[in-house]
Design a protein around this ligand. Structure first.
Ligand SMILES: Nc1ncnc2c1ncn2[C@@H]1O[C@H](COP(=O)(O)OP(=O)(O)O)[C@@H](O)[C@H]1O
Ligand SMILES: [Mg+2]
Length: 223
């Protein structure tokens, strides 16, 4: 098992009001598996994905990454776990605007190795060629289309060869043709690299890739 979430609870407090966002959520993902989470806006999907990837901590319950409980990890241990083993792809790309395409893709490798290596640069260029962006290496994110930005975000997520890819509405901001490209890319990655993928999506073609499909509603996950 790559990832297991056991009895996760999360709430937010706004003044005197307490908002229960995740209520007893459990799920598991094994190597090479794709799990899709669908559900209306506000259901708690992004909150869950952040907790699964160690970007946020649950109020109760625990996440196990390859059997190791994240609840016992320090913030520094969580960031290195994310950097080395987990790739994130967000709906709005989250590229760094002042850095080039190549630099954006290289960033997690630089953070991991504390410096840029020739190997990482080579791999970044290979990843970008494999998704048809070899002529965009020196472009800034603002000079790219939405579909291109998302492909850069996927390349960045892959640079450190993660075991798990977490995608939050990866095609949510794309037209159907670009959405289909991202969909094919995810399928290929899953098949070739045996990478586990958990994705939140409203796109039925993307959800159809999944071997497990969960519905999320009002903080609860239905299996
Ligand atoms: N930092 C926060 N503080 C307070 N409430 C939040 C915060 N983040 C999210 N929420 C609320 O939690 C609920 C779930 O949000 P989210 O996980 O983003 O849902 P989804 O991704 O399914 O649309 C929403 O009602 C949202 O308004
Ligand atoms: Mg969301």
């Amino acid at each position: 098992m790559i990832l297991e979430a056991r009895n996760i609870y999360k709430h937010y407090e706004n003044g005197t009001r307490r908002l229960e966002v995740l209520r007893d959520v459990s799920l598991s993902v094994s190597q090479g598996e794709i799990a899709a989470i669908v559900g209306p806006s506000g259901a708690g999907k992004s909150t869950l994905l952040h907790i699964l990837g160690g970007l946020d901590r649950p109020a109760r319950g625990n996440i196990f990454f390859e059997g190791r409980p994240l609840g016992e990890a320090s913030d520094a241990q969580l960031s290195s776990l994310r950097n080395e083993h987990i790739g994130f792809v967000f709906q709005f790309y989250h590229l760094m605007p002042e850095f080039s395409v190549l630099e954006n893709v290289l960033m997690p490798a630089i953070i991991r190795g504390k410096r840029e290596t020739a190997d990482a640069r080579q791999r970044a260029m290979e990843l970008l060629s494999s998704i048809g962006l070899e002529k965009r290496l020196n472009h800034l994110p603002s000079q790219l289309s939405g579909g291109e930005k998302q492909r850069v975000a996927v390349a960045r997520a892959l640079i450190n060869r993660p075991k798990l890819l977490l995608c939050d509405e990866p095609t949510g901001n794309l037209d159907s043709e670009n959405g289909a490209q991202i969909c094919n890319l995810l399928k290929k990655l899953n098949r070739e690299k045996e990478m586990a993928i958990v994705m939140v999506t409203h796109n039925l073609d993307v959800a159809a890739l999944a071997s497990k499909r969960y519905n999320m509603f009002d903080g609860k996950l239905n299996h």
